[in-house]
Design a protein around this ligand. Structure first.
Ligand code: SME
Length: 150
């Protein structure tokens, strides 16, 4: 399915102009993507220090059902995208070893890492669908460009 990510990019660029707070930017981005494309779950996990040491992915702004709060490094699709520094497209979550099922209704997903100026991952964008193979490599450039607005 071809999605018109360019128009979402333009909309978000205008909406976020002058807004510097990262939570605001993530919240509006999740809302616009979720509403425009009717995804099942659209949101962010941020790389965050754990009280006991090290870092993990911690739930951030999202749209959709209640989600898992903590995701360890290299676990699930989100933790794997963080570890690999690469966008991951999962056409069938049941075929992804270690997939974390926050919602049994989720059948496919895409996770896009977000980098800071020195190339470290600071967060990931996770989008889930109730349909199998809702995402493909066609979605990667558009979503990677959108998260560059963060
Ligand atoms: N499925 C994800 C976990 C996050 S939720 O789907 C919102 C994963 O395997 O990382």
């Amino acid at each position: 399915m071809k999605r018109d990510y360019d128009s979402v990019y333009q909309q978000l660029a205008a909406l976020l102009e002058g807004e510097t707070d990262p939570v605001v930017r993530m919240a509006e981005m999740a809302a616009v993507l979720h509403e425009r494309f009717d995804f099942w779950w659209t949101g962010f996990y941020r790389v965050t220090p754990r009280p006991e040491g090290g870092t993990e992915l911690l739930l951030g702004p999202f749209q959709g059902p209640v989600a898992c709060i903590h995701i360890p490094y290299a676990k699930g699709v989100c933790g794997t995208a963080w570890a690999r520094h690469k966008t991951i497209v999962v056409p069938d979550v049941e075929q992804f070893p270690g997939h974390i099922a926050c919602s049994a209704a989720s059948r496919s997903e895409i996770v896009v890492p977000i980098f800071n100026e020195i190339g470290a991952v600071t967060a990931v964008l996770d989008i889930d669908s109730r349909e199998l193979a809702a995402f493909s490599d066609d979605d990667v450039p558009g979503l990677e460009k959108i998260v560059s607005l963060l």
